[in-house]
Design a binder for this molecule. Structure first.
Ligand code: BES
Ligand code: ZN
Ligand code: MN
Length: 512
């Protein structure tokens, strides 16, 4: 392992975000007369009211006719683009019918849909969004629309000569405008920004994103925020702590590993924190157990867990949540080289137990084993969550809809499924059985890093679980399937969606 000069230089020039798309949101009960484009909601095509009703009368009933001609149905999420209705240049009609009321994630999805519609037509957007016909119990629905718009309005075009996306100015015409403005400006916008921060990390090529640089960016982003302390453990620090598993994974790379720790102490002094630990493999070649080439490029996003932790810590600290949270990011690059660890090697962990390496490609559980043990010993958290792009098995089982959720106690899993529903990021339980621990018994070490036969998500969890006290509420999230999107969804363009920021943010909100 050698420290390269170029690391310093690169870290100096890469602090800013890489998304050129920018969006700003304003809220008031007045129309912005400068805007020539509009968005209206319709929940019943046969009874147009609110802004849609007004446009319909001003157009002498043309809007109703156009909706019928285009067979527009008012189901939440349907969109129709029209031009020159009652003098409005571009008009988007958005369906908002929803029987049991629009939830926060459903509103975020609508906001994302709106962003996609206007962005596909206009480079610079100046638009009025009329808030009515929304069936919801939420006091400030436009704040969630803005959050969803903001989340979707992202493009990573740092390496393109032609930049994709321009500036959006979105004005919400709404009652209770000051509540909506506060909810967005003091809270929800930071979630969207945290998500973009996470996507930047996961999208950046492996050549330009490595542990030390990740640490520099986290430091820069959190600089000056109240109650935040960032600590970065380097190789020497980790050697003193005997973190042989984390160090072992990074051994084959010219880029040294790091353990990044963000302490956010916004809660009562002495209250046990929540610990969030993310897998941060800046590129996963598989190591000596080399992966095949097809799709290997996507392993630049094998740091998505750590990226989501970074984004969550940013959101929590920016809004000044009254809670104690510690975010840990276990960073290493998994490369084959003459220094790399081999299959059959035995690594010693901070806990004092040893791990036999069956596959150097099962590296995420190794870096997390030392990270979760450190979190538990140093901070005595009341709850410990780890998040990782850990197994192809989880991806195959649950695909894009759910992240895999593993706990020791089904009651906790049920609670986490509910947190997922409320956050818009869904999780589904997979089992953890005593036999999963049996399967990682090793003939020459305390455990091994994978079982025989089909590699499974539960085995990965069992390895990490071996480092977590049995009585500590522990949540394992395997996001290998969900983070990287092959096609757009409402709140994210394809590519990394920054999965986990909304989930962890919600978990923290509910566990103060
Ligand atoms: N980073 C991969 C898992 C992964 C696969 C993430 C596909 C995203 C998409 C992980 O490090 C890995 O290689 N897992 C192996 C473990 C096996 C060798 C025990 C797997 O799941 O095949
Ligand atoms: Zn990996
Ligand atoms: Mn791997």
């Amino acid at each position: 392992m050698t420290f390269k000069k170029s690391i310093l230089l690169a870290s100096l020039i890469s602090f800013s975000g890489f998304c050129t798309a920018s969006a700003s949101f304003t809220f008031s009960d007045q129309v912005n007369t400068q805007n020539s484009d509009q968005i209206v909601f319709v929940d019943d095509v046969n009874a147009l009211d609110g802004a849609a009703g007004e446009l319909n009368s001003r157009s002498g009933g043309q809007l109703a006719k156009l909706l019928a001609l285009n067979e527009f149905d008012a189901k939440a999420g349907s969109t129709l683009h029209l031009q020159m209705v009652a003098g409005v240049n571009n008009l988007w009609v958005v369906g908002s019918a929803d029987e049991d009321g629009l939830s926060a994630p459903e509103l975020q999805n609508l906001g994302g849909k709106i962003a996609a519609s206007v962005d596909s037509l206009l480079n610079d957007v100046n638009v009025d969004v009329f808030i009515d016909n929304l069936n919801t119990n939420l006091p400030a629905p436009s704040a969630y629309l803005a959050q969803g718009y903001h989340m979707r309005h992202y493009s990573f075009d740092k390496y393109k000569t032609k930049k994709d996306a321009g500036k959006s100015d979105v004005h919400f015409v709404t009652g209770s405008a000051s509540d909506a403005e506060a909810a967005y400006q003091k809270d929800l916008r930071y979630i969207a920004e945290g998500i973009h921060f996470a996507r930047d990390f996961a999208t950046e090529p492996g050549k330009s994103m490595y542990p030390a640089l990740f640490a520099d960016r986290v430091r820069a982003k959190l600089k000056g925020l109240d109650n935040v302390n960032v600590r970065v453990l380097d190789v020497k620090d980790m050697q003193k702590l005997n973190m042989g598993a984390l160090l072992g994974v990074g051994k084959g790379s010219i880029h040294d590993p790091r353990l990044i720790i963000v302490e956010y102490m916004g809660g009562k002094k002495g209250d046990a924190p929540i610990a969030l630990a993310g897998k941060g493999i800046t590129f996963d070649t598989g190591g000596i157990s080399l992966k095949q080439n097809s799709g290997m490029w996507a392993m630049k996003s094998d740091l998505s867990g750590a990226a989501a932790v970074a984004g969550t810590m940013y959101a929590i600290a920016k809004r000044g949540e009254k809670v104690n949270v510690v975010g840990l990011m276990a960073m290493a690059e998994n490369m084959p080289s003459r220094d790399a660890i081999r299959p059959g090697d035995v690594l010693n962990t901070m806990k004092g137990t040893s791990i036999e390496i069956m596959s150097t490609d099962a590296e995420g559980r190794l870096v997390l084993s030392d990270a979760v043990y450190y979190a538990q010993e140093k901070y005595q958290p009341k709850m410990l969550l780890n998040i990782a792009t850990l197994t192809g098995s989880a991806a195959r089982a649950l695909s894009k809809e759910y992240a895999a959720l593993i706990t020791r106690d089904f009651e906790l899993s049920t609670q986490m499924m509910a947190v997922g529903e409320r956050s818009g990021e869904h999780v589904w339980p997979l089992p953890l059985h005593p036999n999963h621990f049996k399967q990682i018994e090793s003939p020459i070490a305390d455990i091994k890093n994978s079982g025989a036969g089909n590699p499974g998500a539960s085995i990965g969890a069992a390895v990490i679980g071996s480092f977590v006290a049995e009585d500590l509420p522990w949540i394992h999230l395997d996001i290998a399937g969900v983070d990287w999107l092959d096609s757009d969804i409402d709140v994210s363009p394809k590519g990394s969606q920054g999965w986990g920021v909304r989930f962890m943010d919600q978990l923290v909100r509910e566990n103060k």
